[in-house]
Design a protein around this ligand. Structure first.
Ligand SMILES: NC(=O)c1ccc[n+]([C@@H]2O[C@H](COP(=O)([O-])OP(=O)(O)OC[C@H]3O[C@@H](n4cnc5c(N)ncnc54)[C@H](OP(=O)(O)O)[C@@H]3O)[C@@H](O)[C@H]2O)c1
Length: 269
């Protein structure tokens, strides 16, 4: 059974990174619950084709905004492009790292762009779109993070650090806004079958193995949006703490590093 969301989170929702993978699954699930959706991504052709698919399947309104979330003016442009809409739900999804390599094997600009997309733009999204929600005492924000946030790991340095940032940001906003009628959820994902995940495995020449279905992720996240601060998809205890528990930080980092060397971590991406 799907939970109705339009009253609490409508009439419009934004999916930042909403043209494939987990973001596309969110768009499907939101439209199925009768929300109109704004879809944000860089590749215009993919974005427009996907928007048409959602319109045709659900009959909701869909607006596309093509921009790069790793650029400094991205959120100002998104705010301008949606200033006439009441945004009741913001899903910040874009955040994967297609190229997991040792820290120094990546150029500095790539690290900084990842930080901008996964941290600066997330703060700006929460600030610009959270404020009107708090003012109207109604709304929802989902920040998609990763098991890579639980501990540092070799080849995951910048990515994992940004995901820890998103985890703590969402949890803190949940604590601040929980009495304001605005639900905030840090959605922690493990390996999930998306084009981005497949690119990582293809680059390493590794089989995909078991991976979550993005449709299940989106459905569960929307069903549990009011059960924040944190929802760990696939965990037996989804509102529980880090799977590393009381493990020493050293052992957790070594475990995370072993994992990321052999495959994309099932506790992270
Ligand atoms: N898949 C996994 O195994 C996994 C595991 C743990 C956590 N996660 C988390 O889940 C979230 C979704 O992951 P995903 O695998 O679906 O892939 P993703 O690459 O994070 O998201 C893909 C979507 O985001 C858009 N996008 C990517 N970079 C963008 C940018 N700079 N500006 C605007 N749009 C951008 C893509 O369209 P364009 O390319 O056209 O821009 C596409 O619509 C991420 O936050 C990731 O950290 C994923």
């Amino acid at each position: 059974m799907t939970t109705a969301v339009t009253g609490q989170y409508g009439p419009w929702g934004i999916v930042a990174g909403g043209s494939d993978g987990v973001g596309a699954a969110f768009a499907h699930e939101m439209a199925a619950r009768n929300l109109n959706v704004v879809l944000v991504a860089r590749r215009v052709t993919v974005l427009e084709a996907f928007a048409e698919e959602i319109r045709a399947e659900y009959g909701v309104e869909v607006r596309t905004v093509a921009l790069d979330l790793s650029t400094p003016d991205a959120l100002a442009r998104l705010a301008d492009a949606t200033s006439d809409l009441e945004i009741g739900l913001f899903v910040y999804n874009a955040g994967g790292d297609d190229y997991s390599t040792p820290f120094l094997d990546k150029d500095l600009d790539t690290h900084l762009k990842l930080i901008h997309r996964n941290c600066d733009s997330v703060v700006e999204a929460a600030y610009r779109f959270g404020a009107p929600m708090v003012a109207r005492q109604r709304g929802g924000v989902i920040l998609v993070t990763s098991g890579a946030a639980w501990a540092g790991g070799a080849t995951l340095a910048t990515y994992g650090a940004t995901k820890a940032f998103d985890l703590l940001l969402a949890e803190a906003l949940w604590a601040e806004w929980r009495t304001s009628g605005v639900d905030v959820l840090a959605l922690v994902l493990g390996k999930t079958d998306t084009p981005s995940m497949r690119r990582v495995f293809d680059a390493k020449g590794e089989p995909y193995g078991d991976a979550a279905d993005p449709a299940d992720v989106a459905k569960q996240a929307l069903d549990h949006l009011a059960d924040g601060p944190t929802w760990i998809f696939g965990s037996q205890n989804p509102t529980g703490g880090s799977p590393f528990g009381a493990t020493s930080r050293r052992d957790a980092v070594l475990a995370m590093s072993r994992h990321s060397h052999t495959s994309r971590a099932s506790t992270g991406s």
